[in-house]
Design a protein around this ligand. Structure first.
Ligand SMILES: [Zn+2]
Length: 177
């Protein structure tokens, strides 16, 4: 019982940290603090044939996306320190001669969503996560003046399954006609 309570506490603390990051940075690309790698041979060097498995955890929607790529040629022969410096946005989970496993927490929606957002000039836009860690504007919308409370919601970004749902929500809010 004691142990379960301790785990619950840790989870609560982790969620609090996550919330702080999101509130402070308000939808911008941001990572949780880096942690130490879990399984790594410090003396290992990467071969020229190494495969990389990258897992991106998208915190706004809870989805995760995994991709496998070949290690860049520049990293052939690199040690753990050099690999870590090269992937400074990532947590290296394990590194062996032919395999590199890493993950990253990204404070955005994943590429599967249409995001209603507001750009820096105050225009309401539809956007999508096109690069994993970067948003692209799909469409600028004609809107009525947006009141402060809704502006804040838009600045943080709202994710929908598709354009129709995003537009229906904007109409319901009276933001577009
Ligand atoms: Zn998603």
């Amino acid at each position: 019982m004691k142990r379960r309570a301790a785990i619950a506490c840790m989870l609560a603390a982790a969620m609090l940290i996550g919330t702080c990051v999101m509130q402070t940075h308000n939808g911008a690309e941001e990572e949780l603090p880096q942690r130490e790698a879990t399984r790594t041979t410090e003396t290992e060097k990467l071969s020229g044939q190494a495969q990389i498995r990258q897992t991106m955890h998208f915190q706004r929607c809870g989805h995760q996306v995994e991709r496998r790529v070949k290690a860049p040629d520049a990293l052939a022969g690199a040690d753990f320190k050099q690999v870590s410096a090269y992937y400074d946005q990532w947590l290296i989970q394990s590194m062996e001669k032919d395999s590199l496993v890493m993950e990253r927490h990204i404070d955005l929606y994943c590429p599967a969503h249409v995001i209603v957002s507001m750009d820096h000039t105050g225009q309401v836009v539809l956007a999508e996560n096109r690069y994993g860690d970067g948003m692209a504007i799909l469409e600028i919308l004609d809107t009525t003046p947006v009141e402060e409370e809704k502006r804040r919601m838009l600045l943080a970004g709202m994710g929908f399954d598709n354009r129709e749902e995003a537009v229906a929500w904007l109409k319901m809010q009276g933001i577009i006609q």
